[in-house]
Write a protein that binds this ligand. Structure first.
Ligand code: AVI
Length: 334
């Protein structure tokens, strides 16, 4: 861990694991994922700076309703959330990205408390620092401790912050990118860092018709396709990969039975791709795919079961007017 305090402004502290650890992890996971009989790459590698910026573009797409629906709920309910919190609450956010929707909660908490400590956790250090500086410029009463790392790094930090009341945000249906049992296990480990005065606010996308879901993950402008392909571009940039991005196509399909969007990169022809820094050559048959992401959708019963198995109680749940998305306020089970 390196700890640096950047000045100005003096109100920002950045905590980051060593970058070469992240590269070693990426190399290991790419080698393992592309050597399997059913090829796969973990979706959290989408989010280098390039991928994080493409994801911001996705959030503004007409087809990607999730961001707007969640923002609608937060705008309507931020005051209500604030009223349920103890005085002097710290705001923690897992997977903060551009923190665009977070501003709604930052403003609600600032207007109640006067000052606020914000602890964003994000895997892209550049994104994290840029976002933090922009927020600090906007909100003079804000103090930021930014954690450039994975959720586990964020949870370790939460454990160390046990003194202050906190609101932990896990927005954007990020929970959907976990397998269902892993989502429950992760929420339980978040819960284990919480006291009874803490709250967890989780945005969860709801099950719905494929006619709405599939365009949200395969938009007409091809931004999601670029986002998906960026993982191969990242292998080229960081690991000396030789992927020809025009020889793979984006595919997003709703698996209704399991309740998840599945994203793939499909090889359009037989090919062998060398990844120089891994000393690996990966063979692809025509039509063979790399599974790059699952995005699980939840029914209300599934959200209740998730909370239950994580040792959480639902204090409040809100929906957008179109009933597409939910925001859930959880408290540790007594
Ligand atoms: C970040 N995550 C919740 C997004 C989702 O909807 O699963 C990632 C994404 N993938 C394609 N479009 C958006």
């Amino acid at each position: 861990m390196t700890i640096s305090t950047s000045a100005p402004p003096q109100r920002l502290t950045v905590i980051a694991p060593r970058a070469d650890t992240q590269l070693a992890d990426f190399a290991r996971d790419v080698a393992a994922g592309l050597s399997r009989s059913t090829k796969q790459l973990p979706c959290y590698y989408f989010y280098d700076l390039e991928g994080s910026l493409l994801f911001e573009e996705i959030c503004a797409l007409p087809e990607y309703y999730l961001t707007r629906a969640e923002a609608e709920i937060l705008r309507r309910r931020a005051g209500e959330v604030g009223a349920r919190l103890a005085a002097g609450t710290t705001l923690v956010e897992l997977g903060s990205g551009s923190a665009a929707k977070t501003r709604i909660l930052i403003e609600a908490l600032l207007s109640r408390q006067g000052t606020l400590r914000y602890v964003p956790v994000d895997i892209s250090r550049t994104m994290l620092e840029e976002t933090s500086l922009t927020l600090l410029e906007h909100y003079p009463a804000l103090q930021i401790t930014a954690i450039a790392g994975e959720y586990a790094d964020g949870l370790r930090q939460l454990q160390a912050m046990s003194g202050n009341p906190k609101l932990v945000l896990w927005l954007g249906s990020n929970v959907g990118n976990f397998e269902r049992p892993d989502a429950a296990a992760f929420l339980r480990s978040a819960r284990d860092t919480m006291t009874l005065q803490d709250r967890l606010l989780v945005g969860v996308d709801l099950r719905k018709d494929r006619s709405v879901l599939e365009p949200a993950y395969d938009d007409s402008r091809g931004i999601t396709a670029r986002f998906n392909l960026n993982i191969l571009a990242r292998v080229n940039r960081e690991l000396g990969g030789n992927f020809d991005l025009t020889a793979f196509r984006h595919r997003a399909v709703y698996n209704e039975e399991i309740g998840r969007i599945e994203m793939y990169l499909v090889s359009t022809r037989p090919q062998r791709v060398a990844i120089d820094r891994l000393g690996l050559e990966v063979p692809f048959a025509a039509g063979e795919s790399i599974h790059t992401e699952n995005s699980y959708k939840y029914s209300i019963a599934e959200i209740d079961a998730l909370a239950e198995s994580a040792g959480l109680e639902t204090e409040a749940r809100w929906f957008d007017a179109g009933y597409r998305f939910s925001v859930n306020l959880f408290v540790p089970h007594t």
